[in-house]
Design a protein around this ligand. Sequence first.
Ligand SMILES: [Zn+2]
Length: 347
Amino acid sequence: MPIQDMTFEGRALVGSELEEKEVLIEVRGGIVHRIEEITGARNSLWLCPAFFNAHTHIGDSIAMDIPAKGSLEELVKPPFGLKHRILADTGKEQIVRSMRATLLAMAGSGQAGFADFREGGIDGVDALRQAVVDIPVMPVIFGRDGGEHVADGIGVSSVRDVRDIESSIRMVRERGGMVAFHAGERDSADIDPALEYEPDLLVHCTHATPRQLARISEMEIPVAVCARSNWKLGVSSSGTRPPLHEMKKQGCKILLGTDNVMFVQPDMWREMEFVATIYRMDPESVLRSAIDGAGLIDHSYYLEEGNPANFLVLDPRISNLHLSRDLHSTLANRAGESSIVNKVFNS
Ligand SMILES: [Zn+2]
């Protein structure tokens, strides 16, 4: 839903600290106009910032759960991985239709924005723009193979997969576009070369070393980790990869992404629960990582006066969630789309 003037009452996670407060929130012209602490809210609704999925490939929705076995390279390495062969063999209309179905699912589950690595050059970027029309989820598109010149930036599949990226990156930079890299997905070797380009976003860093993480932190480059994807693609089978605790210790900005729709449902609730369980991340950090990606485009979904209103209204009475003794933990570990009764999206 775009602009709306409304007030909401309930228990909210307020500000970037996600401080739990009973509040009244007034939305005016799509902006959080006023947040007032109250006692005795008229209902027991929960108000939670919307999510930003920091890494997706929604173009491969068409290949969802296709029975396939193979290495990371055989499945998703351009240009001859299984995924790329399927994309090349599918008509644009069908790709647009499948992306649209995925975008509706993403918005439905509470994502107000996402950052997508889009294959297929200019045509691929155009297909995503067509697919998202009238769906209240904001794409940040990282193109490639020419698509980077009409997108928000360039999304480089590992530096070792592509040649001559210097000129593409320079052109993207000249017009103020962003630069993102897959790096450190199966080993640490392609991280240092990626850092030479001073990217705006690194995706994965599953096998980053402490020294590399220190550098990434110092350069203030956010890292989109895709934990479920790493497990499904066999590049991790441990709660230490990606090294979330080391990332946190080093002060890295951690974002959550769901990666290929082909293998993983783009649902941030499921991603949060997985990360909270397998990596034993505290629920506040997990929630922040699911929200902070909006910062890639200088947006903020946090409930603060003056921010565009991007939040979810959940009714815990629909299920057993009203029994919760810890709002952060219940949101990060148990809640899901079925508890959402309203979405306020103005990204
Ligand atoms: Zn990816």
